[in-house]
Design a protein around this ligand. Structure first.
Ligand SMILES: C[S@@+](CC[C@H](N)C(=O)[O-])C[C@H]1O[C@@H](n2cnc3c(N)ncnc32)[C@H](O)[C@@H]1O
Length: 432
């Protein structure tokens, strides 16, 4: 059931007064993402401020807002000239309204993600988000970092008080149920406003998930974490960051076995089963690239584990290919867009994802796929280990079970403007 502050029209009408556009830096962060995407689903859109704003500043694609609070949708629809700003206003949630590979971007803003209180709710929501995304589509959202203990400042002596340009006054304050134990924080919000006869209250409970648990849920759902930030200026996530801001991507299916690939006695390779068994629970799981469980295709590359060495490395220690394999030497894969501009400026994980995407294209042109890569070297323009790790995690996830020998290194500078990541690779394929 939706909290009263969203479901009651007189309280929903206070939302945009208390939290107008640009009252927080998250608005600009999400608007940039929305403007880059041609189709967007805003889950828990509330009054749809983000989508309305995107339309105002020239978004011409599909904008759909989904929310279980009809009153919030009504306020959004009625705003402006009252025609709904060309937004699809949809009443419901991720479990009641199905979507199938329709959106380049799914967002959950305003900490809406924290309404999922149980593991089952989180899993169901993430599965539905993945299903709603096109291959390579992105899911961007944030949740408050439990380590920052924001609820300790949700006290009556920290009220939010606003007077809008027409002189209309609104105020809200919170009182948290104590003691707070575990991940759930319950609280009462009390509203006063010129439009209300007296104080009105609403009860809420939010879940504060830690970053590692969240990442595990995303991975289980088949969403690859591309970037994690601790604040809206895209500064890295640290233990004390106020926010856990995540951009995750639905992976693209690997190119299927082409007609040129056939059984080879020395290089037969059984495609790995799902890395995460939870994939099997997805309604759309047959489309997942890892799920061709019984397919056998010819592969040249054999990974060697070297069990005598430490198992902390997230890659095989060596790899070989038979003498008849054709070797493919790739140019360093760069995070460049088709027009030559650098993608994901300032974003190590985002650039790693773009470089992997470009590497796949180059491999395909050479009759190969990521599964044919025999080794990689990941170059990161930084002297901070965390930046190297941010890029590495994306590369590691893209390769999945085909964890080829790899070297990760920080370099002083890379060749293109704003370039932070480059991935070198060699591949080996069996042509006959
Ligand atoms: C704090 S508001 C955020 C609204 C909007 N995203 C924003 O940033 O302004 C949280 C919204 O989540 C919605 N909500 C509550 N339960 C939900 C659920 N299970 N699925 C999706 N949205 C939900 C509420 O109705 C409310 O509109």
């Amino acid at each position: 059931m939706v909290d009263r502050l969203f479901s009651e029209r007189k309280l929903a009408e206070l939302y945009d007064v208390l939290y107008p556009w640009n009252c927080s830096p998250d608005d600009a962060f999400y608007l940039d993402l929305v403007m880059e995407a041609s189709s967007v689903l805003d889950v828990g859109c509330g009054t749809g401020l983000l989508l309305r704003r995107a339309r105002e500043v020239g978004h011409t694609g599909r904008l759909r807002g989904l929310d279980p609070a009809a009153a919030m949708l009504d306020v959004g629809r009625a705003a402006g000239d009252g025609t709904g700003a060309g937004v699809e206003w949809v009443h419901g949630d991720l479990t009641t309204v199905p979507h199938d590979r329709e959106f380049d971007l799914v967002v959950m803003t305003g900490h809406a993600f924290q309404v999922f209180l149980t593991d089952d709710e989180v899993r169901a929501a993430l599965a539905a988000v993945r299903t709603a995304l096109v291959d390579g589509g992105r899911f961007a959202f944030e949740t408050r970092n439990p380590a920052a203990r924001a609820w300790e400042r949700w006290t009556p002596d920290h009220p939010r008080e606003v007077v809008d340009p027409n002189g209309f006054r609104a105020r809200c304050e919170h009182r948290v149920d104590t003691p707070v134990e575990g991940e759930l924080v319950s609280f009462t919000t009390t509203f006063t406003a010129d439009s209300l006869d007296g104080p009105e209250t609403s009860r809420s409970t939010l879940r504060f998930l830690d970053a590692d648990t969240l990442t595990r849920f995303l991975e289980e759902a088949g969403l690859i974490v591309e970037a994690r930030y601790g604040w809206w200026d895209r500064s890295p996530l640290t233990a004390e960051s106020p926010e856990i801001i995540v951009i995750a991507r639905r992976d693209r299916p690997a190119p299927g076995p082409g007609p040129q690939q056939r059984q080879h006695p020395s290089g037969s390779y059984r495609m790995a089963g799902p890395r995460h068994p939870q994939y099997l629970e997805h309604p759309d799981h047959p489309e997942h690239p890892d799920e061709g469980t019984d397919q056998t295709v010819a592969r040249a590359v054999k990974l060697i584990r070297a069990n005598a060495l430490s198992d902390v490395a997230e890659y095989a220690y060596a790899a070989t290919a038979p003498p008849e394999a054709r070797l493919i030497f790739l140019a360093g894969a760069c995070p460049l867009n088709e027009d030559g501009s650098t993608a994901a400026v300032g974003d190590y994980a985002g650039q790693a994802a773009k470089a992997v995407e470009n590497m796949r294209v180059a491999l395909e042109a050479a009759g190969a796929s990521l599964e044919d890569v025999i080794s990689t070297r990941v170059l990161v323009a930084s002297n901070r280990q965390e930046d190297l790790v941010a890029a590495w995690e994306v590369v590691r996830d893209a390769f999945g079970d085909h964890d080829v020998p790899s070297t990760l290194m920080g370099v002083t500078v890379l060749g293109y403007d704003d370039q932070l990541v480059e991935i070198e690779g060699i591949a080996a394929v069996l042509d006959s």
